[in-house]
Design a binder for this molecule. Structure first.
Ligand code: FAD
Length: 381
């Protein structure tokens, strides 16, 4: 929707085909950095439901916190999607809801789509010189272009009532290596409610792990949100040209997700902007993606190291959060880490030791081996 808006503003004719009948029906509580405003070019005030000043982190036997100098934003997807749609339509985008793309191919005159308009019970063909596949982790466009399969992890979170006295500007994060190589969280969306969840290794036990965690934290689930999140894969092809026709992937379809935090909103919008700008200027998409790639590759590397951590390493990591390191973390956000990487290491040289340990003596417990095997490609549905 954001790419469509930028293209329409540049004078292009743009049609968006979305298979849902209505936008904004599925709730999803997101936490994003204030980079959102810079990337999206506006403050989505109507979709921001809360602001976060402090991140508290817990490992097996340590706790520490980072006070943010610019608050993180809690954004509700059910409000953000209609907002992006409104902006796109005001720019002149033709938005067709309840229109699912069933097939895509390259033809002599451009990209050819077969679209089914469900309510009208008919399908028709559309032709366009350029196609952007923004169709999520199970992207049909990616599959039809034979992109390498996604590597994905399940996220599940439950909406909960916050514990009594909980500060609604605090997010909590737990590292429990025996359960997941990722993490658990509690994110407040208001003074009263929040979401508690985890990124799991496998769909088989994600819900059991979450329910056990909720019991441990004395939280009662009100309802659940869950889906598969793609993990960024360096060098996966996301742009194709055939004659004068072009196709490209953005958002989850392109796996534009930071694998440390599994955040995909800011990086998805960033990729959308890069795609639009490359169409407008007829330049290469991959060149326009350089800034985003720099960030994503750094997160890929950090994830690779963290995957080799055991509980004791997480204890050491939290213990290493000295005032200088906290200051750097407070000021550089998770979407603009590449330029701050050196400052992080200068603020706490012990990080190098932790990284070297993970590199030379990785956590090779049976759980870690099982984890690496569980990085299976996403089956196509
Ligand atoms: C539980 C959960 C929590 C998350 N929390 C965060 C967070 O805190 N912060 C953050 O930054 N990110 C978070 N994410 C990730 C974030 O939700 C995604 O990265 C983001 O939604 C990707 O947007 P997208 O538009 O690329 O894909 P999607 O949101 O999946 O949208 C794809 C769209 O394409 C449509 N579509 C699919 N196939 C077709 C077709 N064939 N024809 C027509 N339309 C089609 C779908 O209906 C859908 O509307 C979370 C994800 C989950 C699951």
């Amino acid at each position: 929707l954001y790419a469509a808006q930028l293209l329409a503003e540049s004078g292009r004719r743009v049609a968006v085909f979305e298979r849902q009948q209505q936008l904004g029906t599925t709730r999803r509580t997101w936490i994003v950095t204030d980079e959102l405003e810079k990337i999206a070019g506006f403050i989505p005030s109507r979709a921001i439901v809360n602001r976060i000043d402090r991140i508290e982190m817990f490992s097996r036997s340590r706790a520490n916190e980072v006070q943010l100098s610019k608050p993180d934003l809690i954004v509700e997807r059910a409000l953000m999607q209609p907002l992006l749609a409104e902006r796109a339509q005001s720019a002149g985008v033709e938005l067709y809801l309840d229109h699912g793309v069933r097939q895509m191919s390259f033809g002599p005159a451009g990209t050819e789509l077969e679209i089914s308009a469900n309510a009208l019970r008919r399908s028709f063909k559309a032709l366009a010189p350029v196609l952007i596949g923004a169709d999520g982790v199970r992207s049909l466009v990616a599959r039809q272009l034979n992109a390498s399969p996604q590597v994905a992890a399940p996220i599940v979170q439950a909406r909960v009532r916050l514990p009594a006295g909980y500060n609604p500007s605090d997010v909590r994060v737990w590292f429990q290596r025996q359960d997941t190589r990722f993490f658990y969280w509690l994110i407040p969306e208001s003074e009263e409610y929040g979401v508690a969840g985890l990124v799991a290794e496998s769909t088989a036990n994600a819900r059991v792990l979450l329910d056990t965690f909720l019991v441990q934290q004395h939280l009662r689930p009100l309802n659940y949100q869950g889906a598969i999140i793609p993990l960024h894969q360096p060098f996966r092809q996301i742009e194709w040209r055939r004659g004068s026709a072009r196709a490209m992937l953005v958002g989850d379809a392109a796996a534009h997700v930071k694998v440390t935090t599994v955040g995909g909103l800011v990086s998805g919008l960033w990729g959308g902007r890069a795609a639009a700008e490359s169409i407008i200027a007829n330049t290469s998409y991959s060149r326009n993606l350089q800034g985003l790639h720099r960030e994503l590759y750094l997160h890929d590397f950090i994830r690779w190291l963290l995957d080799r951590f055991n509980d004791a390493d997480y204890d050491r990591l939290l213990a290493a959060l000295n005032p200088r390191l906290k200051q750097v973390l407070a000021e550089c956000n998770r979407d603009s880490m590449a330029l701050a990487a050196l400052s992080l290491v200068t603020a706490q040289p012990a990080l190098l030791g932790l990284g070297a340990k993970a590199l030379l003596w990785p956590n090779l417990s049976p759980a870690a081996r099982r984890d690496s095997q569980s990085m299976e490609p996403l089956p196509s549905d």
